[in-house]
Design a protein around this ligand. Structure first.
Ligand code: GLU
Length: 297
């Protein structure tokens, strides 16, 4: 067995579709091809959206596809203590601040700005950058407002981070050895003051995924191209928290007939529905462009 550790990390917020199958099977094939390990992680930090029935369906659909993974499966909802520890470390470094503006208040501030004819900057996901209203509050005001009971999110002070950083890259590495490795420069300014934790969730996706990949010893992250820009933020958090640096492979996305990315509600591309309609796992693999009908052994 080699030292490679892969993981497939779905969120139980909906049923899996062909896009998830592609990602899961690529991870399984990559683990088989490199003699590495394959982990499954349930990314259920968003307790308002995660549902037990979706988690059950994830296990059933992946087993049906022929995937096997190590037990026990890590659930992010069991890891809140670890995320709190990472937040405390970032706070100790003086790189976080409590942000009190609600989504509505952020929208209003931006609408007022854009009414003057200028565009407010957006992050790579299309969300407006946070105005940073509280960034320079003195410590006493921060503490008072936090104690007042007003809800807040914790954000990364990106300007302060960038002031102490020469620039970061990550390595894109094809686990099948077809494409040459490349170094990709992280676009950090473009993300602005990313959220690290929310009122009802003790970790953002960025924080949880970074902390858990390190905790589980993941060496090779194979996931969709839609997450490629976010890798800059993950690389940064690894750097700040002193965590090891995995390599990444961002794969093409499976799209519908109109060229749109599949969504969680995709009926006809849903694995559960395909399974019910009598489609076989080998057909799914061939449909997704895999050369072999079974996971490479
Ligand atoms: N949980 C994320 C999703 O379902 C994937 C996270 C990752 O692979 O880094 O989209």
């Amino acid at each position: 067995m080699s030292d490679h550790v892969f993981r497939f990390a779905p969120s139980p917020n909906g049923y899996l579709h062909l896009g998830h199958a592609f990602s899961a099977l690529l991870n399984a094939d990559a683990a088989a091809a490199t003699g590495g390990r394959l982990l499954l992680r349930i990314e259920d930090i968003d307790l308002t959206r995660a549902r037990a029935e979706f988690e059950v369906a994830i296990f059933a659909d992946l087993a049906w596809l022929g995937m096997t993974w190590e037990e026990p499966v890590l659930r992010q909802s069991d890891r809140f203590e670890a995320y709190r520890g990472a937040l405390a470390e970032l706070d100790r470094l003086g790189l976080t601040y409590p942000a009190f503006l609600s989504r509505g208040e952020i929208r209003a501030a931006i609408a007022a700005f854009e009414a003057e004819g200028q565009n407010w900057p957006r992050d790579p996901d299309g969300a407006p950058l946070y105005p940073g209203t509280e960034r320079d509050w003195p410590e006493t005001r921060r503490r008072d407002e936090m104690a007042s009971g007003r809800p807040y999110a914790l954000r990364l002070d990106m300007a302060r981070v960038l002031a102490g950083l020469a620039g970061l890259t990550w390595r894109e590495s094809d686990p099948f050895g077809v494409e040459p490795d490349t170094a990709i420069k992280a676009n950090l300014a473009g993300w602005g003051d990313v959220i690290l934790a929310r009122k009802d969730t003790p970790a953002s996706y960025h924080l949880a995924v970074t902390v858990d990949d390190a905790f589980q010893g993941v060496t090779d992250i194979v996931r969709g191209l839609d997450l490629k820009p976010a890798t800059g933020v993950h690389r940064l958090l690894q750097d700040l928290l002193g965590l090891p640096e995995p390599v990444y492979f961002h794969h093409r996305l499976i799209v519908d007939e109109d060229g749109r990315k599949l969504s969680k509600s995709e009926g006809s591309a849903g694995l559960k529905n395909l399974r019910k309609s009598g489609v076989m796992p080998a057909e799914i693999r061939l449909l997704l462009g895999f050369k072999r009908a079974a996971i490479a052994g």
